[in-house]
Design a protein around this ligand. Structure first.
Ligand code: GRF
Length: 203
């Protein structure tokens, strides 16, 4: 299955997906890495791996709809079948999301539905939870609210701060996302209405 990864920054989840996809048996082929920010560090890492990259700078567009239309056109021109958001820091319009319904997934650094949005590690510490983690979900128009495919959890320690939590959660993200992409691209996890149907559990 032809997959695009959308990034805005460092791209460490993207690297994990690229590495997994190097295995010929992996069901996803990464055909495009696209960033809305020209300075995203992940772009160089994708180029080093020989993956085509594109920049669609959102600041060059008058509104979300025109940016999303350009994004959509680029994805369709590359015959993309599945989109992975990996640290992509743009809210997408309902029209764009509808065009990729059931074919777009995101990774979020919390155990959703807890701690949507940004600063999730600080939110977790403030809430005093003893378990934290990350979630891969199908994308719906509402931010960080889509049907959940899989999660990974870590214990919160007494001496954790947002940085130490982020360091342990990102390790889980880099493990979880490639496993979930394999399930979705392989047709073993799919969206049916508002439910995720999984025929094989993520490891
Ligand atoms: C990750 O924590 C991801 O869950 C969140 O943004 C961060 C991106 O990190 N959405 P990276 O760019 O993949 O290194």
């Amino acid at each position: 299955m032809r997959v695009a990864i959308l990034i805005s920054g460092r791209g460490s989840n993207m690297v994990a997906l690229l590495e997994a996809a190097r295995d010929p048996a992996y069901p996803a082929e990464i055909v495009l890495v696209l960033s809305n920010r020209p300075d995203a560090a992940g772009l160089a890492r994708a180029a080093e791996a020989g993956i085509p990259t594109r920049i669609i700078d959102h600041t060059a567009f008058p509104d979300r709809a025109s940016f999303d239309a350009a994004l959509d056109a680029e994805l369709r021109a590359a015959s993309v079948e599945l989109v992975c958001l990996a640290g992509f820091m743009r809210i997408l319009t309902p029209e764009f999301v509808a065009g990729w319904a059931g074919r777009m997934i995101n990774i979020h650094p919390s155990l959703l539905p807890l701690f949507k949005g940004t600063h999730t590690h600080r939110q977790a510490l403030e809430a005093g939870v003893r378990l934290h983690g990350c979630t891969v979900h199908f994308v719906v128009p509402e931010l960080d609210a889509g049907p959940i495919v899989a999660q990974a959890a870590i214990p919160v320690r007494q001496d954790d701060d947002p940085d130490s939590l982020a360091d342990r959660v990102i390790v889980q993200e880099r493990r979880l996302y490639p496993a979930v992409l394999a399930l979705v691209a392989g047709g073993r996890a799919r969206l049916e209405g508002e439910r995720v149907v999984i025929t094989e559990q993520a490891p």
